[in-house]
Design a protein around this ligand. Structure first.
Ligand code: SF4
Ligand code: SF4
Ligand code: SF4
Length: 189
């Protein structure tokens, strides 16, 4: 059976509560506290196949509102945005996102919204070959993170606090060994 929910449903759901993507992550982490239907809607809202600009609205609405005009890409001072398949896409490869909000300000379609917390929904994955895992000589990512979201334990093993992290990408850029990848944080628990 097809999904009966349309954009009015999502608009109503969004306006009935304060929704932040970080809040949704927290909610999903404690999913037992939410009714099953709300969990399903929250998962829908977070489901992005590719990274979007940091203040993109919930994906089902974003796909409706973004017309691929490219104004956000033109506005980004470090060239992180492009238009693929008619929608804005974020790529953090050569520069981090400093959350300047130029993209949001350039969007006149409401696909990006200033009241959404800045978060690329990307999270670092520190690869097994990370040199810092061998000893304490490299802590570049830990030092670079503006939110202290990466930390190494006494056994030199790193971990990432997904609640503190906003997906800026600084850790990936600072790792000169290329041992950090960014992965889209979606609706995984
Ligand atoms: S917030 Fe600024 S740096 Fe980040 S994608 Fe938007 S325009 Fe680019
Ligand atoms: S400016 Fe807005 S509508 Fe245009 S491509 Fe960017 S997100 Fe989409
Ligand atoms: S993406 Fe940014 S906030 Fe997240 S761990 Fe890396 S440096 Fe810290």
């Amino acid at each position: 059976m097809s999904d009966p929910r349309d954009d009015r449903y999502y608009h109503a759901w969004m306006s009935s509560r304060v929704v932040s993507r970080r809040g949704l992550f927290r909610g999903l982490l404690s999913s037992a506290k939410l009714p099953a239907e709300e969990n399903a809607v929250a998962a829908d809202l977070l489901k992005r196949a590719v990274p979007r600009p940091p203040q993109a609205i919930a994906e089902p609405l974003f796909l409706q509102q973004c017309n691929g005009c490219g104004h956000c890409a033109d506005a980004c001072p470090v060239g992180l945005l492009s238009v693929e398949s008619g929608k804005a896409v974020l790529s953090i490869d050569y520069a981090e996102c400093d959350f300047c909000s130029a993209c949001t300000q350039a969007c006149d379609r409401g696909a990006l919204a200033g009241n959404i917390p800045m978060d690329t929904c990307l999270r670092p994955v520190i690869l097994p070959q990370c040199l810092g895992r061998m000893d304490d000589l490299c802590r570049m990512c830990e030092i670079a993170c503006p939110h202290s979201a990466i930390f190494f334990n006494q056994q030199n093993q790193p971990s990432v606090d997904n609640q503190k992290c906003d997906g800026c990408g600084k850790c990936k850029l600072v790792c000169y060994h290329g041992d950090i990848q960014l992965s889209l944080k979606r609706n995984d628990p």
